[in-house]
Design a protein around this ligand. Structure first.
Ligand code: ADP
Ligand code: MG
Length: 298
């Protein structure tokens, strides 16, 4: 086994024997990831979060795409600081969080992992207590990841409640998303993976692609793949991006907006049905623990 594989295994082992139930009042975490870039992760994260916001839920996006953080651009927000400034003790969380429509909060991540890893236990606890506000006030957190399966993304997956994978009908996107599923299957078998097929020509096409991937998973892997739905290729998505305004707000009657609302409802329904156990109460605490484990193994 390669060093990398060893580390990944170690990374997720710590949370296999979890037994805690999800306590009332802690947010549910959706990590949005993909194999290939440009498949619509950021647009989906933003518009799903806003759809839930419109339903009255309090949502937050953690912009964790280190290379191309652009949640703020889609929402026309101007970040001045990132989580790094909070970690360094130079800013309060309230100064870093951006506020979008429908109470949506955006936390620009920055490349904060090395910073968090280098904190000692006392500093980490102190930071967590300052961040605990996030956990109390929020119903859903969407983590918008970089494309592909870097160490960083695996850490988020390991700490999250649910993984939402995005693909398009393109063969390369499908192949790449399957590679992500394989890695998750290998290191994190009880993962609950939801799949969204974006930029389809028809709902039938989305369904077909899901069936194809699900069949391969069923034959070769142990992960359970749930179909969350599809979003049509829709020029209004592009128009909304250009106008720096999320499509569910700008073009609420567009096909993409209505499919996205349906996926949001599906996610809420899945939540009720699954009642998944969680490993530890606070997401950030879980995340920090994984980052620290990583540091030790590195
Ligand atoms: N359903 C869709 N229909 C048409 N274009 C889309 C759709 N979803 C995304 N796009 C286009 O793809 C581009 C990339 O989307 P983005 O959300 O930034 O992808 P990612 O975060 O996966 O890199 C967007 O700028 C938009 O123009
Ligand atoms: Mg993106």
């Amino acid at each position: 086994m390669t060093d990398q594989a060893e580390r990944l295994r170690a990374l997720v082992q710590g949370q296999r024997d979890y037994s805690l139930r999800r306590p009332e009042g802690s947010p549910r975490i959706f990590v949005v990831a993909s194999g290939k870039g440009g498949v619509g992760k950021t647009n989906l994260a933003v518009n799903l979060a806003l759809s839930m916001g419109q339903m009255g839920y309090k949502t937050m996006i953690l912009d964790a795409d280190l290379g191309m953080a652009n949640v703020d651009i889609l929402l026309d927000l101007k970040p001045l600081y990132t989580l790094i400034d909070v970690i360094r003790g130079e800013k309060e969380l309230q100064e870093v969080i951006l506020r979008g429509p429908y109470n949506l909060e955006v936390l620009p991540g920055g490349s904060c992992i090395p910073e968090i890893i280098s904190l000692d236990n006392w500093q980490r606890e102190e930071l967590l207590s300052r961040l605990s506000y996030l956990e109390q006030e929020t119903d859903f957190i969407f983590v918008d990841c970089s494309a592909g399966i870097s160490r960083n993304v695996v850490t988020f997956i390991a700490a999250a409640d649910e993984l939402v994978l995005v693909t398009t009908p393109e063969p390369t996107a499908i192949t790449d998303v399957y590679s992500v599923i394989k890695v998750v299957d290998r290191y994190y078998r009880q993962a609950n993976i939801g799949l969204i097929v974006n930029m389809v020509e028809s709902a039938a096409e989305g369904e077909q692609i899901f069936q194809r991937i699900a069949r391969v998973c069923h034959n070769f892997l142990a992960v359970k793949l749930t179909y969350l739905g599809s979003v049509n290729f829709d020029q209004y998505v592009h128009k909304a991006v250009v106008e720096c305004s999320p499509y569910v707000l700008r073009y609420p009657r567009s096909p993409a907006a209505s499919s996205t609302r349906q996926i949001a409802r599906h996610l809420l329904g899945v939540e009720k049905a699954a009642a998944a156990p969680v490993k530890e109460k606070a997401f950030l605490r879980r995340l920090f623990k994984h980052w620290s484990n990583q540091a030790e193994k590195a």
